[in-house]
Design a protein around this ligand. Structure first.
Ligand code: ADP
Ligand code: MG
Length: 762
């Protein structure tokens, strides 16, 4: 709880940056780093620009200094510390340039620029007032005035001199001469002064270049002091003339110096003006450039600042949201805390109760343990015996149930059979042969098992197209069924022949599905035929004290619609036809053999088989294309009542039901196939007609249906074995066979009746 309190006690801002929201803090940190780096870049470029500008101004100031026009900007410097610094730098002091490139800096830069402009203006006016062209002209004017004045005075002096020369005869005037001398002295001084002044002005504006001749007053020794007023004589005149010549020479020299100084002054003035203009122009353009680039940088910086502001605004919103979340969490935490305290008190109460319960429980436990030691064995014993009794009762009731169930099933079957019998339905038994060794080992998808047996009496098949169907028949024998199991179901039907019923059992199906195996079966594993005859003989034998049975057999084959008597001595030479007789259809002249035992029947069957095989080279192929009919005729006479009953049993192994198209038969084979088809389709038509209750049943359409007419009419019990293959590549034929059998099962032949003739009648 303390930890939670601390976590929730921090401010929302902290919680965000300290990891409350990693995503937000990361973004903010990145933003800050970006802003810092951009500021550093800006600062660097700003500093270099400043340096450039400073260098330029330094150059300018140095030039000013060289031209000795620095004074006018001294006053300006006091207005701007930075420029003061530059001036200091220009005069040899160190200055620090740099700092933060902030808005203030930019503002100060702008101010500096304006100040510099002012300075330039001031400088210009200073130049105009001090070193400008007008000032020089004025000076020149003054000089000219002075020179004129001097010339005037000189001419006056010359005139006085001439006068003095002309009045020489009139005797010399000493006072006048002295006056003149004084005037000459004055003039000399004035000239010296003017020269001095002229030299000074020249120096003041532009110092003489090194090596230039000095422009001050002559450096030579001053002239000899004026002698005391000499007497006015030739000597004096000569002296005055000499003096005059000297003065004139000095004047000339002074003029020349003046001209030279004036020339230099003009030169210097022009040069300095040009230099200043150039500097000013370059300064102005630099300032423009600087202004443009500064503006650009300022704009960029502003944009970046705006973007950063926006981002910060987003972050602020996030932070606000998070702060709200934290607030809400704190609130819920408070609520939890209060509910927790409630829970705690409830818990304490519960703990109290639990303690009480625990002690109660331990008491009960010890009580139970005590009672367990004594009571449990007793209880266990009695319970065990009760359970054993209940269990045996239960088992018994289960057993009873089972017996009852079986009874019920049997009863149901009996009743069903009874109904079937009463209706005279064709019974249908399905039998599926096991897969052959070849099929089992093939591993081919086509050899896969496609048949299932979901319930008793049901068969399910899938075809190659994935279609699946379920059929229900009276009996279904799976791949593991034995000949014995099959016969067991057939037996009641077979034995009814001995009571005077007509019974027909035929096997229908594609070649190779086990028709012959089911009907005849191998010697070691006999099928329905021999088992039926065995039973008939067996029953006959057992009842012979009361009933005398006369059993006759015939074996014939229907091949290409022709009947062949397989027991005749001249097999294949005679033609047989089916006729209607008083006891149903029959084949005149067919070999009928009386038999008294099974062995005799087996011999006859062997003979039939022999007759069949001697006529044909390919037995398998032949047998699949012909129908084999073993018929048993039983005439039973009751020795006491003299009652005679006639029963007929047809055991038929039909030809293969596969279609012509699939077998790809040609020529003779095609004819055979067509005939098989004819007889089997005729069989189908008869079954269909019977199923629909039609008055006309087309028995006469084939030899086979003609022969089976009795068995497919009333008074007959008919059973059909539908034989199927369990593997996928036969599934299509399997579907056809099973559908045919399904239709056959619906046929109601009507109640079968015994063929019994009272004694004395035939
Ligand atoms: P069909 O007469 O219909 O042409 P077969 O009776 O000749 O077919 O049987 C084809 C093969 O399958 C024979 O080799 C036969 O032994 C075997 N066969 C058929 N049915 C079974 C069965 N239920 N158990 C064992 N083998 C069988
Ligand atoms: Mg066969």
């Amino acid at each position: 709880m303390a930890g939670e309190k601390e976590t929730l006690g921090i401010s929302s801002q902290q919680s965000v940056h300290d990891g409350g929201d990693d995503y937000g803090s990361d973004r903010l940190a990145r933003l800050e780093a970006m802003a810092k780096s951009q500021t550093a870049v800006l600062r660097k470029s700003f500093v270099s620009k400043m340096k450039e500008k400073d260098d330029l101004i330094m150059d300018m100031l140095k030039t000013f200094k060289r031209l000795q026009v620095l004074e006018p900007i001294q006053a300006f410097a006091s207005r701007n510390s930075r420029i003061g610094n530059w001036i200091g730098l220009a005069t040899g002091e160190t200055v620090e340039i740099g700092g933060n490139a902030t808005d203030e800096e930019v503002q100060s830069l702008r101010k500096e620029r304006n100040d510099l402009r002012d300075m330039v203006k001031d400088l210009k006016s200073a130049m105009d007032s001090k070193g400008g062209d007008g000032a020089i002209k004025m000076k020149l004017k003054e000089y000219k005035k002075d020179v004129k004045k001097l010339e005037k005075e000189k001419s006056k002096l010359l005139a006085a001199l001439q006068q003095a020369q002309g009045g020489e005869g009139g005797g010399g005037d000493g006072a006048e001469t002295a006056k003149l001398m004084l005037q000459v002295e004055k003039l000399k001084k004035k000239l010296e002064k003017a020269e001095k002044k002229s030299g000074k002005e020249g120096r003041g504006l532009s110092p003489p270049p090194p090596g230039a001749p000095p422009s001050g007053p002559p450096s030579g020794p001053p002239g000899p002091p004026p002698a005391a007023a000499p007497p006015v004589d030739d000597g004096k005149v000569k002296h005055l003339e000499e003096e005059n010549a000297k003065l004139t020479k000095k004047l000339e020299e002074s003029k020349a110096k003046y001209e030279k100084a004036r020339g230099k002054l003009e030169e210097v003035g022009k040069a300095s003006l040009k230099g200043q203009e150039e500097i000013l122009a370059s300064m102005a353009s630099e300032m423009e450039k600087l202004e443009v680039s500064s503006k650009k940088e300022i704009d960029e910086a502003k944009n970046e600042i705006d973007a950063a502001k926006k981002e910060t605004a987003g972050k602020d919103a996030e932070v606000k949201k998070l702060a709200e979340n934290v607030k809400a969490l704190m609130k819920s935490n408070e609520a939890l805390k209060s509910s927790n305290s409630g829970l705690n008190s409830a818990l304490r109460q519960l703990a109290k109760k639990s303690g009480a319960l625990a002690s109660e429980f331990s008491q009960l436990k010890s009580q139970v343990l005590a009672s367990m030691k004594t009571d449990v064995p007793k209880i266990a014993k009695s319970t065990a015996s009760q359970i054993a009794a209940a269990s045996s009762n239960f088992m018994k009731s289960i057993e009873d149930l089972k017996i009852n169930y079986e009874k019920e099933v049997k009863e149901r079957k009996r009743l069903f059979n009874l109904v079937q019998e009463l209706r005279g339905n064709i019974r249908v038994f399905a039998r599926c042969r096991p897969p052959s060794k070849k099929e089992l080992s093939s591993g081919d998808e086509q050899a896969a098992i496609c048949v299932e047996f979901p319930k008793e009496g049901e068969v399910n098949m899938k075809n190659e197209k994935g279609k699946e169907k379920n059929w229900e028949f009276d009996q279904v024998f799976n791949t593991g069924s034995t000949q014995e199991q099959v016969y067991k179901e057939v037996s009641p039907l077979v034995t009814s022949v001995l009571d005077g019923f007509n019974v027909c059992i035929f096997a229908y199906g594609q070649t190779g599905t086990g028709k012959t195996f089911t009907m005849m079966g191998p010697e070691s594993n006999r099928g329905v035929n021999t088992r039926a005859l065995y039973e008939l003989f067996d029953i006959s034998q057992k009842r012979r004290s009361t009933i005398e049975d006369k059993i006759t057999v015939s074996v014939l084959e229907v091949y290409n619609e022709q009947i062949k008597d397989l027991l005749a001595e001249d097999v294949g030479e005679r033609k047989y036809t089916v006729r209607e007789g008083p006891h149903g259809n029959y084949v005149p002249d067919l070999t009928m053999v009386n038999v008294d035992s099974l062995d005799e029947v087996i011999e006859l069957l062997a003979l039939a088989d022999l007759n069949r095989s001697t006529a044909k080279t390919n037995m398998n192929e032949h047998s699949s294309r012909s129908h084999l009919i073993l018929s048993c005729y039983i005439v039973s006479t009751n020795k006491h009542s003299g009652e005679v009953s006639r029963g007929k049993l047809h055991l038929i192994d039909l030809a293969g039901s596969e279609r012509v198209g699939k077998s790809g038969a040609k020529g003779q084979a095609l004819k055979e196939a067509q005939n098989i088809n004819k007889s089997l389709s005729a069989l189908g038509d008869v079954i269909a007609a019977r199923g629909s209750g039609s008055s006309h049943i087309p028995f006469r359409n084939s030899t086979l249906t003609q022969l089976l007419q009795d068995s497919l009419s009333a008074d007959s019990k008919t059973l059909m074995f539908v034989c199927i293959s369990p593997v996928m590549y036969n599934s299509e034929e399997g579907f056809c066979s099973l559908n045919f059998a399904e239709r056959a099962r619906k046929v109601e032949l009507g109640k079968a009746t015994k063929n019994v003739v009272k004694a004395g009648k035939s």
